[in-house]
Design a protein. Structure first.
Length: 440
């Protein structure tokens, strides 16, 4: 159900890029999004570390469907549609746990952790029941660097092709650990009264940082730390930062870390020791990329990975309506870090990214204010996303990242192909070392 191409306009001569505000208000647009990409492309499901033992499961909503993310008794990770093949009730009603079978409480049909139908009460009364074809339906599932994605499209392109250069950014997270990255148990679930795409924009937008997060910036600087939101180093020299088009609608910000983290002297020693071990494994150049830059990466359509080195957040957002969004945030860190560093990261997750932290409420307020402002869309129909358009190398504080997202969105929703913008990851940063490639 492609829509007419009227939502995104760009003029490369004038250097203007704008998005019509109907995309944040229209139910028709939301239905097109569901049909043209939420039903068709790869969607983030979870991380391998969330399932420790055979039988572990987590119930999630992904793309409007209830899903069981589980490890079967043979140790294979699976995604199962959480609906009984008999009359449709969910077969798993717990949020997480460990199970040998999933039993529908309505009529008692039972399924193994591999999705197979293992028991049907009064089965002899069925003359035509084929158990082999009545297991739980499993969407397409694949993983990269420990991150699992599903698709409801059986003909979806290979995940590695879909991720394009975003693979490099997932590797930068995965390679920070010697023994594997681990998601902290639990998650933040919250909502906002604003369109989901506003949070995708905001998640890779460096421009808003100094105004929206002024209190946080001032607090950090008063404690001797220079956040990445500040564009100058301590001696006033401008640092090189980039907005990077990763292909297929994915993008990232790239900003060298400044100042020392707000952590104890013992914590600094532990951080230094962890860095030294990574240098031994992957070399100084790759370690600098992984541990000494801050990155806000968006993976189209609705995955965000924010790596600010005092912690890493994974975030998804799904539309509940054109004007309301459900958001989930997880924290991930190297599995081998001790309690002190883990506590430091969790504290940052709560005080910065948490729904009651220093950053998230500011962002939600800004986006909800935008949604309220869109009531004027008849009089003010366009949002401007032109900052840095035409620059040889747009920065973190420009809007290439959002334009990258919107070009892909526009192509999938309308079929209109707009020319890409920006240099690739390899062009901007150079190839990774052979030593690092072996580990990826």
């Amino acid at each position: 159900m492609k829509l007419q191409p009227r939502f995104v306009q760009e003029d490369r001569v004038a250097g203007t890029f704008r998005v019509h505000r109907d995309v944040f208000l229209s139910q028709e647009v939301l239905e097109a999004e569901k049909a043209e990409f939420f039903d068709k492309v790869w969607l983030y499901l979870g991380h391998e570390s969330e399932l420790d033992k055979p039988g572990d499961f987590i119930a999630r909503q992904v793309g409007g469907r209830p899903i069981i993310f589980t490890k079967d008794r043979k140790g294979q990770i699976r995604a199962l549609l959480n609906t009984c093949r008999h009359r449709g009730a969910q077969v798993c009603r717990e949020d997480f746990g460990n199970a040998k079978i999933f039993t529908c409480f309505y009529h008692g049909w039972a399924y193994g952790t591999d999705g197979s139908l293992v028991s049907v009460p009064d089965a002899d009364s069925y003359s035509s029941l084929d158990r082999e074809s009545h297991g739980l339906v499993q969407p397409k599932l694949d993983s990269y660097s420990g991150f699992y994605f599903l698709s409801y499209n059986p003909d979806v392109e290979p995940l590695t092709d879909y991720l394009a250069d975003a693979k490099e950014l997932l590797d930068l997270v995965a390679n920070q650990s010697e023994s594997g990255m681990a998601v902290v148990k639990g998650a933040h679930h919250y909502s906002m009264k604003a369109n989901w795409k506003l949070l995708m924009e905001n998640s890779c937008d460096g421009y808003h940082g100094m105004s929206v997060h002024q209190t946080y910036v001032e607090m950090m600087m008063s404690l001797g730390m220079t956040p990445s939101l500040v564009k100058q180093s301590g001696d006033g020299a401008v640092v090189a930062d980039y907005g990077i088009n990763l292909g297929n609608g994915h993008a990232t910000t790239w900003f060298p870390e400044l100042g020392r983290p707000l952590i104890s002297e013992r914590g600094l020693e532990l951080v230094a020791a962890h860095r030294e071990r990574m240098v031994e494994r992957l070399g100084e150049e790759y370690t600098r990329r992984a541990l000494n830059t801050s990155r806000n990466t968006i993976v189209f359509p609705n995955l965000v990975i924010v790596d600010l080195n005092f912690g890493i957040q994974i975030r998804t957002m799904f539309p509940l309506s054109p004007t309301e969004t459900a958001i989930t945030g997880w924290q991930i860190s190297p599995a081998e870090v001790g309690d002190e560093l883990k506590g430091y990261r969790i504290d940052n997750a709560l005080t910065f990214w948490g729904p009651g932290g220093l950053a998230t409420p500011d962002d939600v307020e800004a986006l909800e204010q935008c949604q309220i402002g869109f009531a004027t869309s008849k009089e003010v129909p366009w949002s401007d996303i032109s900052k840095g358009f035409g620059k040889p190398r747009p920065t973190t504080f420009d809007e290439l990242q959002m334009r990258t997202f919107w070009r892909r969105w526009n192509f999938l929703v309308t079929g209109e192909q707009l020319p890409e913008e920006g240099e690739s990851y390899a062009q901007l940063l150079g190839p990774i070392s052979e030593k690092a490639k072996v580990s990826s």
